[in-house]
Write a protein that binds this ligand. Structure first.
Ligand code: GTQ
Ligand code: FE2
Length: 322
């Protein structure tokens, strides 16, 4: 390059350098505004947020009076973490929760998306999930999977409104700019089989059987915790854990993002010193690297969703015990 065509020749000061380098889409590693800050330890900007079923359920009932049956598939209230600067739906950078309500007789049009999704059924009878043409029951206490890329819809044959908690990896998909939403070409997907047993359904009674056999963790971090097989949804780690009234778990922290949703009982969790008093149907978030401990006030079952498998895949995962 000859001197006359070199725009960086004869620069006498930094300001001129920044002006000249700007058109080349280059960032300067020595300038703090160009760098990712990166502290000495993990920290998340997300607060330890908590959503209470007692607040959300009447809000859904009010929404049902305003939102028609055609929109029933979208009658959701999304958990938006009150992160500074304005949150997008999501409890953190990877995990999303929403509460959904369906009235008797309503059906949700079939659709698919890359996001992996699951439902924790809070109150429903004779509710059905249809995944890739397979119809399965979805009742109170069940955990039902709708893996990414599979068409899914639901049918409500019961007599009372149905309520559940959705869990998705949507903020992660959004970060990758891969969110798409494809309606089924036939609107309602035809039911091909009615499955009594499905890899996509963990019934409440299956969950109890698994918990009855669950090991007591001698280290005390995860006593009687069972991982549900969600191999079809590899971004999400899904667990259920049984805690007896009065039982306290040993404090730990992990750089994974975690959500907890009590399926039974009540208690308090201490997330980085903050007490979260929870009841059945609530959901609360423990972002990256916060100390976590639980104390059950009644016999309880805690549902947990975590992005730890994603971190393990990337070899980012860290755990520290107290
Ligand atoms: O379970 O597939 O809360 O597609 C929002 C959009 C859940 C789901 C939501 C969805 C789903
Ligand atoms: Fe969906």
């Amino acid at each position: 390059m000859d001197q006359t065509s070199n725009p960086f020749a004869d620069i006498g000061d930094m300001e001129t350098f920044y002006e000249r380098v700007a058109p080349y889409n280059l960032g300067c590693g020595w300038r703090s505004e160009d760098r990712d800050p990166g502290g000495k330890t993990y920290s998340s900007p997300y607060p330890n947020a908590h959503w209470k079923y007692a607040d959300v359920r009447p809000a859904l009932d009010a929404a049902a009076k305003l939102i028609s049956a055609e929109d029933a598939g979208r009658r959701i209230l999304m958990c938006v973490n009150p992160v500074e600067g304005g949150g997008k739906p999501g409890i953190g950078p990877t995990l999303f929760h929403a509460y959904q309500m369906v009235l008797p007789g309503e059906t949700a049009p079939s659709h698919r998306h890359p996001m992996h999704a699951l439902r924790v059924i809070l109150d429903a009878t004779k509710m059905y999930s249809v995944v890739e043409g397979e119809k399965t029951l979805m009742e109170t206490g069940d955990v039902v999977l709708t893996p990414g890329g599979m068409y899914h819809s639901h049918i409500h044959d019961g007599d009372d409104p149905a309520y559940w908690l959705d869990g998705l990896d949507a903020p992660f998909t959004r970060a990758l700019h891969l969110v798409i939403f494809e309606p089924h070409p036939d609107v309602y997907e035809p039911v091909k089989v009615v499955a009594e047993v499905s890899p996509f359904r963990f019934s409440w009674s299956d969950i109890q059987t698994m918990l009855d056999k669950a090991e007591d963790d001698p280290e005390g971090y995860f006593p009687r915790r069972v991982r549900l097989d969600t191999a079809t949804m590899p971004t999400l780690g899904v667990y259920v854990q049984r805690l007896e009234a009065g039982q306290t778990t040993r404090m730990y922290r992990t750089n994974a993002n975690t959500s907890f949703a009590p399926m039974q009982g009540s208690g308090v969790s201490i997330i980085e010193g903050e007490e979260i008093h929870w009841n059945r149907g609530d959901v609360f978030a423990a972002p990256t690297w916060r100390w976590i401990e639980h104390r059950a006030d009644e016999d309880s079952v805690l549902f947990t969703m975590t992005d730890a498998p994603l971190l393990e895949f990337a070899k980012y995962y860290k755990f520290e015990g107290s």
